[in-house]
Design a protein. Structure first.
Length: 479
């Protein structure tokens, strides 16, 4: 990782609370405060909440004594990690050089630090400078329900310190060093033992520490501390790995309560589908299938598989298909947990358009209609014919066009009768028949000579003579 650049730090200060997707109590914060707590042994303290008079780091017992009706829930580290990755996928709209920070509390009464760090230096020209990039970042983050704080600095750790301190963007290393020198030591998030040692020896601000050389700091605190300062100020590289989206998509959302109204489920589902779309765009892939599972506490789970005719990156397509399906066949029982799963993806391909294309495609309209019919009536209600590997006309087609042969269709009429009908040859026939002898390996062998003819009203006929008994039959009609 380069020592130079420009980093955007997106902190998520309320992630322990917002990752749980609990119902909001903002309408009555005094009556029903909601907090998330961390625990170490018997000690429990608040790390996120929705009440203006409850601060992070307060002991949970003290909070419950002041607010007896407070609702306290433990932090869910797995949910926080999944939500942080969702924001990381969204950040691919700014740059592909992304590092996730998911730091645990340093000790009792401390809160975690969770942020997405983006090296935006290569993207500044694309967005017309820093102001344009920050506008784009705020626009992207507005699609997900997370509280964010932003800061910019020349180094990854410098941007993290700047966001904790609420500093304005720092464009160069000189401005970074001068501004950081004025900050109290707690913004560094060094281990509490090292921080207390420095405070007890008269080091209040970072500038007090910067007066010492690396050897003096290493002798008193250990060699990792001067190395951390070097990374902070940009004189040493930061070894943290880049974030890459996982190859398979898995997302779970605990609803906390059972929801029996399927329309109410669409609100948390919209959040999950937005995150899925950010994942697809981060990987530059599209999907044709997405599996949704509704988990229950007292009954069996219920699964829904959503399919599209063409690959898409628009997760709203899947949400509309789900709405169509539930309009026809609602879920059978209340759900307490939502799970999304996608395993197969295709590379993103740009559609070929005409020079004066108006943006509307008959093919897209048909695909959308087909997807809606399949969602409302079931997968078996709509099928696409295709060519199968068999010379016999009645066996030469398939109900699934995606699994048929890729050979071009032979000269066959588009409409075959359900059963061949007896026919009397009273009109002229084509001179050269098409002879088909096949099926000797199973119980339906044929030996036929096929002809094209015209009926009494001028319609096109496809007829054959059975060479085994000499009889004539009508099997298809031409347009």
């Amino acid at each position: 990782m380069s020592t130079t650049g420009l980093w955007l730090c997106i902190e998520l200060p309320q992630l322990p609370l917002e990752a749980l997707a609990l119902p909001s109590n903002e309408a009555a914060p005094e009556a029903a405060p909601l907090v998330v707590y961390a625990q170490h042994g018997s000690r429990r303290w608040v790390i996120a909440g929705r009440h203006p008079r409850i601060g992070n780091g307060e002991a949970l017992g003290s909070v419950q004594a002041r607010f007896p009706d407070v609702r306290a829930v433990p932090r869910d580290i797995a949910a926080e990690t999944a939500a942080l990755q969702a924001v990381g996928c969204l950040a691919y709209g700014l740059s592909d050089r992304i590092v996730l920070s998911n730091e645990t509390p340093r000790g009792l009464f401390d809160r975690p630090f969770q942020a997405v760090n983006i090296d935006i230096a290569p993207s500044l020209k694309l967005f017309g400078g820093l102001a344009g990039l920050l506008d784009r970042a705020r626009s992207l983050l507005g699609t997900l329900p997370y509280t964010t704080r932003l800061a910019v600095a020349p180094t990854l750790e410098g941007a993290a310190v700047a966001v904790r301190a609420g500093l304005t963007p720092l464009a160069d290393a000189g401005a970074l060093r001068s501004r950081l020198a004025e900050l109290p030591l707690e913004f560094l998030r060094w281990p509490l033992a090292a921080q207390d040692l420095l405070l007890n020896s008269g080091h209040v601000h970072l500038g007090d520490v910067l007066r010492h050389d690396a050897a003096s700091l290493a002798a008193r605190l250990g060699r990792e501390f001067p190395a951390a300062l070097a990374r902070l100020l940009g004189s040493a590289p930061d070894p943290r790995p880049w974030f890459t989206p996982p190859p398979r998509y898995r997302r779970k959302l605990d609803l906390d309560v059972e929801i029996d109204d399927w329309q109410a489920l669409l609100f948390p589902l919209r959040r999950l589908f937005d995150e899925f779309e950010a994942y697809l765009r981060a990987r530059q892939v599209a999907a044709t299938q997405l599996a949704l599972t509704l988990s229950r506490r007292r009954t069996e789970n219920e699964a829904f598989v959503l399919r599209t005719t063409t690959p898409t990156q628009d997760a709203g397509v899947f949400l509309r298909l789900l709405r169509e399906r539930w309009n026809a066949r609602p879920p059978s029982a209340p759900a307490s947990e939502l799970r999304l799963r996608a395993d197969q993806f295709v590379a993103l391909q740009s559609p070929q358009t005409q020079l004066f294309d108006d943006g509307h495609s008959d093919g897209e309209a048909w695909n959308s209609l087909a997807d809606r019919i399949r969602a409302r009536l079931g997968d078996g209600a709509l099928w696409r014919p295709g060519l199968a590997a068999d010379h016999r006309p009645e066996f030469a087609w398939s109900r699934d066009g995606e699994r048929c042969s890729e050979r071009p269709l032979p000269p066959r009429p588009p409409w075959l009768l359900r059963r061949p009908q007896p026919w009397i040859p009273r009109v002229p026939l084509a001179a050269a028949p098409e002879r088909i002898s096949s099926g000797w390996w199973d119980e339906a062998p044929i030996a036929r000579d096929y002809y094209r003819a015209k009926g009494a009203d001028g319609e096109g006929l496809w007829v054959y003579q059975d060479r085994r008994d000499g009889r004539w039959y009508l099997q298809g009609l031409w347009q």
